[in-house]
Write a protein that binds this ligand. Structure first.
Ligand SMILES: Cc1ncc(COP(=O)(O)O)c(C=O)c1O
Length: 376
């Protein structure tokens, strides 16, 4: 496979990483290789162990994040491969807000007596310090920004704390992507992705990824992937790589839209508060600025009204899609507490707005039209 030159900008790398060798009449794109088995005599031999198409995507994600990447059938299956590494009694510190599926599973593992779990406010370095030094965890599991409260964690500080007590730091980089934040450079041991989201970008597949520089961990995680049967298909790997090519331009446009919408929402009388690291009012806007190259395309806001009125806002948009998920080219929004398993500390009137690449004036007209009728 083609080697990338050092010192390349990420916007270039995302276009060129993970392509076949440049040889006469060779394809510029990787082949889709749908097979469940491979001829004997090679390194792998079976498609649960390795995917030829997937290996191109893994090369691209690995270069972008700065480690070796493994792809999984979903973000949750990537997370599950890590959970599956943990012996009984593993001590884990995690964000008090995080993606519902991860939060529910961590809580389940704690209730089953398999892990000791402590949840923290990741926006407070002193709390992280106190909890990590008291528990001396084996793993620290962080999202930044957190889903859906958009809190920012100081990754350099957290990595230092984790390493002082011998813990590994895992960072879910789904919201930022390596275009905006590179956690391994900031000290993380493992990066996790829901590739389903911005990395692939078109809401047409499910995929996850784990990236680490630790080769022992790569081996262990790839065994978990084989035994859990959680590799993704050749078709999905192809689609994800095709989507990844435009990540930088999608991110630029969606983020520009998100910034404008966040500022306008903040001034709308039906909005109580906007959570977006691109706003100076955000608690850790300075940390975000320091460790990322932009605030990203997702924001959340609280409606000045009831849960029913918040549902009505979601039902009344016409251009924006009322649906879960994020990171696609189309703008999606939902009231997060419509999900029974969502963290009860998330306000009932909180809407997560996953901004896409449409014309921002069309988005604003739609959003304003849905918010204006909210009676206060
Ligand atoms: C931050 C974050 N991590 C992980 C996941 C889980 O990914 P998947 O839905 O691909 O399993 C999600 C899904 O919404 C997410 O938002």
């Amino acid at each position: 496979m083609a080697e990338l030159e050092n010192n390349q900008n990420v916007e270039t790398t995302v276009v060129h990483a993970g392509r076949p060798e440049r040889i006469g009449d060779g394809a510029v794109n990787p082949p889709i290789v749908p097979t469940s088995t491979q001829h004997a005599g090679g390194q792998y031999g079976y498609a649960r162990d390795w995917s030829e198409t997937g290996s191109y995507l893994e090369e691209a994600i690995g270069i972008l994040e700065g480690g070796t990447a493994l792809i999984f059938s979903s973000g949750m299956s990537a997370a599950s491969a890590v959970f599956d590494l943990w012996p009984i009694g593993t001590k884990v510190v995690a964000s008090q807000y995080s993606y519902t599926g991860v939060a529910v599973r961590l809580k389940e593992l704690a209730e089953l007596g398999r892990i000791e779990l402590k949840l923290v406010d990741v926006t407070e370095n002193s709390e992280l310090d106190q909890v990590i030094n008291a528990l001396k965890p084996d793993w620290v599991w962080i999202e930044t920004p957190t889903n859906p409260m958009m809190e920012i964690c100081d990754l350099r500080y957290t990595a230092k704390l984790a390493h002082q007590v011998g813990a590994k730091l895992l960072v879910d980089n789904t919201f930022m992507t390596p275009i905006r934040q590179r956690p391994i450079e900031l000290g993380a041991d493992v990066v996790m992705h829901s590739v389903t989201k911005a990395m692939s970008g078109h809401s047409d597949l499910l995929m996850g990824a784990l990236v680490t520089k630790d080769q022992e961990l790569v081996e262990a995680l790839s065994v978990r992937r084989i035994l859990l049967g959680s590799i993704s298909s050749a078709f999905d790997a192809y689609l994800a790589l095709r989507g990844l090519r435009t990540l930088a331009v999608r991110m630029d446009r969606a983020e520009e839209n998100a910034q404008i919408l966040a500022e306008r929402l903040q001034n709308h009388p039906a909005v109580k508060v906007v959570h977006y690291p691109g706003l100076p009012s955000h608690k850790n806007a300075g940390v975000a600025k320091d460790q990322t190259s932009g605030p990203g395309s997702v924001l959340s806001f609280e409606v000045n009204g009831t849960a029913t009125q918040t549902d009505e806002v979601c039902e009344n948009v016409r251009t924006i899609t009322y649906a879960t998920s994020l990171g696609g080219v189309e703008t999606l929004m939902e009231r997060r507490r419509r999900w029974e398993k969502e963290n009860e500390a998330v306000p009932e009137t909180l809407i997560r707005l996953a901004v896409g690449i449409e014309n921002v004036e069309d988005l604003w007209r739609d959003l304003k039209g849905a918010l204006d009728p909210v009676k206060r």
